[in-house]
Design a protein around this ligand. Structure first.
Ligand code: MG
Length: 361
C-alpha cells in the first residue's frame, strides 16, 4: 500500500500540514513512517478516518487533549464523550447568555428612576432530613436580605452546603446594596462560596448546589448553580425561574428527552454544574423585578423531584403564611416517602412599609 505525503494527506483530511505536524508532536496523529533521510512524514490512507474525526472535533472547538482521548475510544464510548462535551458547551453558552441578560437588564435600568415604593419580604425556611437519609446535607437560610438553599453531595456534602450559604451571609449586612456593584458583589460572593466549599468538602467528589436570592429592596438578584430550584407564584401564574444544571435538562433542551421522561430518568440527579471548588464556578446570575404580592419558593430537589408542580402551586396559593407553606411542602415530600433531604424557603413580597419579622434558620 502506498503511503501518502503530508500534502496529499492534508488535502484529503482537510487538516493543514502545519496542524498535522503539531498533532504528530502531540502524539495525537503520528505519521505511519518518517523518512529517515529527508525527515518527510508519510501517512497510511487508513489513518484518514482518524484524521477526519480530529478535524471535525476541532471544528466543534474540542481541546486537543480531549480529542486525543476520544480518538482512543470505541465508537460508542467516543459518542458518549462528544455528547458530554457538547452538553458542557451548551451549559457554558447558557451561562454567558444569562450574564448578557443580566447586563442588558442592569444597563437599561441605569436611565430609569426606580419606583420609590418600599417593599419588604416576609419569609420562612424549613429543612428536613426526610424519612430515608440518615443525615441532612441540605442547608436552608432565610434572612431579611438573603434567601439560600444548598444541597450538598458526597461524603462532605453537609459541610459543603453549609459553607456555601455561610459565604453569602455577609451580604445580609447593611441595607440596600449599591445597584452598580451588585454583579461584582455577587460574583465575589460566589467565588468565596466556591473556595469555602473546596475547603469544607476536602474531596473531589463532594460539593453542593446553590440557589440564592439577594433582596435589594425592589429587586431580587438570583444566583443559581445545580438542581435546586426557585419558583414564583405571581397572581394565578406559577413559573420555575431557574433552569436545572443537569444532564437530563440538557437532553430535554436538545429535544432528546421529554420533560416527563426526565422526571423518571435514572440519571436525573447527575449535575452538569455545581460548586465543588474545582475550577471557576459558573452560576447563572439574573436580576429579577419583584412585585408586591409575589410569593417565591426556593427548594432542594428533595421537594421538586417528588412533588409535582401542580401540588407546589396549590400549596403556595392556599397557605396563608410562609411558615404554613414550608411546613405543608415538607410534609408533602415526606408523604411520598421522603426519599431525600428536603428544604424549602417561601418568601412573600409586600408593599407595606412596616418591617416584618421572618423566621429563618
Ligand atoms: Mg437532594
Amino acid at each position: 500500500m502506498e503511503l501518502l505525503t503530508i500534502g496529499t494527506f492534508a488535502r484529503a483530511s482537510r487538516l493543514s500540514p502545519k496542524a498535522l505536524r503539531l498533532y504528530d508532536e502531540l502524539g495525537l496523529l503520528m505519521p505511519a513512517r518518517v523518512d529517515p533521510v529527508t525527515g518527510y512524514r508519510l501517512y497510511d490512507p487508513a489513518q484518514l478516518e482518524r484524521a477526519r474525526l480530529v478535524a471535525w472535533l476541532r471544528r466543534l472547538g474540542m481541546p486537543l487533549a480531549r480529542i486525543r482521548e476520544v480518538c482512543e475510544l470505541e465508537p460508542e464510548a467516543a459518542a458518549q464523550r462528544v455528547r458530554a462535551f457538547w452538553a458542557e458547551v451548551e451549559a457554558d453558552t447558557a451561562s454567558r447568555r444569562d450574564l448578557a441578560t443580566f447586563l442588558i437588564d442592569h444597563l437599561s435600568r441605569k436611565d430609569t428612576t426606580m419606583p420609590s415604593t418600599s417593599m419588604t419580604i416576609r419569609y420562612a425556611a424549613l429543612s428536613d432530613t426526610g424519612l430515608v437519609r440518615e443525615s441532612n446535607q441540605d442547608t436552608a437560610y432565610a434572612g431579611s436580605h438573603l434567601l439560600a438553599v444548598a444541597d450538598g453531595f458526597g461524603s462532605s456534602g453537609a459541610p459543603a452546603s453549609a459553607a456555601a450559604v455561610d459565604a453569602l451571609k455577609p451580604l445580609e449586612i447593611g441595607e440596600a446594596l449599591p445597584a452598580g456593584d451588585l454583579l461584582n458583589v455577587l460574583e465575589d460572593a460566589i467565588e468565596q462560596a466556591n473556595r469555602a466549599v473546596h475547603a469544607a468538602a476536602g474531596s473531589e467528589t463532594s460539593g453542593t448546589t446553590l440557589t440564592a436570592m439577594l433582596w435589594t429592596g425592589s429587586q431580587l438578584a438570583l444566583v443559581h448553580i445545580g438542581d435546586s430550584r426557585a419558583y414564583l407564584l405571581r397572581g394565578a401564574e406559577f413559573f420555575q425561574i431557574t433552569t436545572d444544571h443537569t444532564i437530563v435538562q440538557s437532553m430535554v433542551d436538545q429535544g432528546r428527552l421529554t420533560p416527563e421522561e426526565a422526571t423518571t430518568h435514572p440519571q436525573r440527579s447527575l449535575l452538569l454544574r455545581a460548586l465543588s471548588g474545582a475550577g471557576q464556578a459558573a452560576p447563572d446570575i439574573r436580576l429579577h423585578d419583584a412585585r408586591p404580592g409575589d410569593r417565591y419558593l426556593l427548594c432542594s430537589d428533595g421537594l421538586s423531584a417528588v412533588v409535582p408542580p401542580g401540588d407546589l402551586r396549590r400549596v403556595l396559593a392556599e397557605a396563608t403564611t410562609p411558615e404554613e407553606a414550608v411546613r405543608e411542602l415538607v410534609a408533602l415530600a415526606n408523604r411520598t416517602g421522603g426519599p431525600d433531604n428536603v428544604s424549602c424557603i417561601v418568601a412573600d413580597v409586600s408593599s407595606e412599609g412596616r418591617d416584618h419579622t421572618g423566621s429563618g434558620q
